[in-house]
Design a binder for this molecule. Sequence first.
Ligand code: SF4
Length: 505
Amino acid sequence: MLPEFSASMLELIVKTSTDLPPDVRAAMKAASNLEPPDTRSGQALSIININIDQAADDEGAICQDTGMPTFEIHVPRGADELWMADQIRLAIVEATKRGKLRPNSVDSITGKNSGNNLGPGTPVIHFSQWERNDIEVRLLLKGGGCENCNAQYAVPVELAHLGRADRNLEGVRKCILHAVWQAQGKGCSPGAVGVGIGGDRASGYALAKAQLFRTLDDVNPVPALAELEATIMGTVNRLGIGTMGFEGKTTLIGCKIGALNRLPASFFVSVAYDCWAFRRLGVILDATTGAITQWQYRDPSSAVVPMADQAGFMRSGREVVLTAPFNEADIRALKVGDVVLLNGRMFTGRDSVHAYLMKNDPPVDLRGSALYHCGPVAVKEGDTWVMKAAGPTTSIREEPYQADVIRKFGVRAVIGKGGMGAKTLAAMKECGAVYLNAIGGAAQFYARCVERVDGVSLFDFGVPEAMWHLQVKDFPAIVTMDANGNSLHKDVEAESAKELAALNG
Ligand code: SF4
């Protein structure tokens, strides 16, 4: 067997989870340079940049949602694929134990988290043979928030603000623009899209995801697709959705398109949306030892250039400092666009907690509280829980529950990312509550805002879904829905819809 294969896989997993590849760093740096630092998008990008540096420096997960591990492997003839797959699974378990991956594999029937990232379909491992004598392993970690922004169109189709998309490349262009517009900030923009034209529903999505293994700066070898990629990148940022949907100059950092033959009756356009935390790396291995002979997407001999221009979050002096539990008057005084710095107690709660609260009283007193949509990476060190990664999760999933939770239990601040809908906005106005948008993916940055973990409730739901009691200090977020019925998300969606219509060539 290959004595170094297992260690090589662990190194690949840890590096992919903690160190963003140079092409993505370059695209994010370019986005940062375009955005004035005192804008909402500018401030968000500065937090993202600090987070990227912190993750690489301390080998911590860039984002707490370490995603679905997807391995694409090329092997020479005669390789023992079953043994290699077993070793990869063991490496996944070890990386999870070390807090480099969040336990992310949930039984779809029972709802139980396996706790070690193994289970039917997790991780995804694809083998194919090639004529070479070495082994190539590429890994993509793609989180749920951006996965939920994927879209598939059966063309011809009528699209909001764009009209009919026909069965040609112009129709494909419209579908891509629509998918990006529809995602708004929910997939942690600026994002990148992989696009599959044709195939059937399954192979179209697989092709779209495979495009994400291309570097952001490559050129499509098919001239018509290269032209379409350039057209999209030359126009899409006019949508103005910006970082986290805060409005800004960069909405998309990459568009990569592939095509498959299709059935005469079908024409699918499949879009795989990836977030700014675009984690993919690869290695070439010696086929006799399993040792890494070469890295892909990165050059380990080149020094990593820091992303952040300053050491910490740059304050404007206009930040509103609030300490939980909050009183109604302070919360009602907040307006969309205010930047807040939160101190004191915060409770996490996401899908399982919200479903639980529909039928049960909360395990803690939520009156005046901050409820944080977050599924952290938490590790027990001795008797103490430590937050290893603790950024926000996509809030819109809680839209069916949030208004009831605010009304019944007196929550004053809901913290998450991507915004919420009309029902929640109405409850906030009625009860005096706000929505605070934290910066999606900034898991290292926010973990450092947690001074200590005071406890945990509903632990049976698993680490990401439990209710954690956190003591935080100087936790920054932006008011994007206020108690006067205003919503930045609604405004940006409406403005970007006008720009989308203007792109209807
Ligand atoms: S950056 Fe956002 S979309 Fe991406 S994995 Fe993290 S939380 Fe999910």
